[in-house]
Design a protein around this ligand. Sequence first.
Ligand SMILES: Cc1cc2nc3c(=O)[nH]c(=O)nc-3n(C[C@H](O)[C@H](O)[C@H](O)COP(=O)(O)O)c2cc1C
Length: 335
Amino acid sequence: MSPQTPATQRPLTIALAEAAAMAGHAPSVHNTQPWRWRVLPDALELRTASQRRLAATDPEGRLLALSCGAALHHARVALRAEGWTSVVQRNPDPADPELLARLTDLRRGAADPPAMRLVQCMQVRHTDRRPVSADPVPADQLTEIVQAASGEGARLQLLDRDQVLELAATASHAGTVEADDPQLREELAYWTSRTSGAGLPPEVLPDQAPQTTVPGRDFGRPGTLPVGPGHDRAAAYALLFGDEDEPESWLRAGEALSAAWLAATRLGVSVVPLSGVVEVPGTRQILRQLLAGLGYPYLVLRLGLADPAHAGPPHTPRLAVEQTVDTSAVRDAQR
Ligand SMILES: Cc1cc2nc3c(=O)[nH]c(=O)nc-3n(C[C@H](O)[C@H](O)[C@H](O)COP(=O)(O)O)c2cc1C
């Protein structure tokens, strides 16, 4: 197929393979990229890459499903941008829990310009762990980000001042619990010392703990990302939550995370997920109380305006497409 072939005339299998490759830009816990796509003649399957799961940090697979949900949303938007609509089956086979989703019933329509804009956002979105600027995010932008999440079946609650202070104490406690656990320390050390397209390189980690209201993750070693003297006092904090604490709701929460983060990127708002408080069962329970029975917490997000005076961190590397997208079932058809 010539690269000049218009997107709207490309065969379905090419569109599916390209959407799966685009989904590689999605955020994932410790940049584990715990997904494996399989392109079929008329469907796209998303599976867990269990060799990249965090057995100690995430034994239930909550953060794995959130990460894969973000990738699923990326793939759906990439298909929509090119005019493909699809039906999503989540966790379609109870006997095969590693099969997280299947996109089927693909039909071609008109290209979708708002989705095309979000595809551009996928390519620039990144995690910037430095303090944010002293200007708060405008209220209407926060509302847009919250609405983007709720369109995907999870909710984002902005925390008030008292709740943020409680979150700060809870995150600090979670950090102490995690730092005291040798298995968690070992797992973190592994994912902060890889050089093969997954994990967190020193360039994206702060060279000293940034001044933040809610403590960010202590990665156990300083990185090389310069952190200025600023404080993120103007940042907003939000809790992503939903009605159930089950694998399918975690997957949907990941889709909501992607929708919210891409909306934020379009608006120039920086997002940093904080998952330590969710990883430790005791602090996850405190977050649940913070929600006053409204639902189950999935992830904390810091939202702020990135400091415009300094360049942000470089992009975190990604695995080669062949390691995350399996096209063997359609390879002959694509030749
Ligand atoms: C479920 C989930 C949990 C995350 N938890 C944290 C966290 O606790 N602290 C942090 O600094 N980044 C966290 N991240 C951000 C990832 O480290 C980041 O997405 C990944 O390294 C890829 O980098 P990028 O977002 O710049 O593309 C999390 C991301 C996801 C999807």
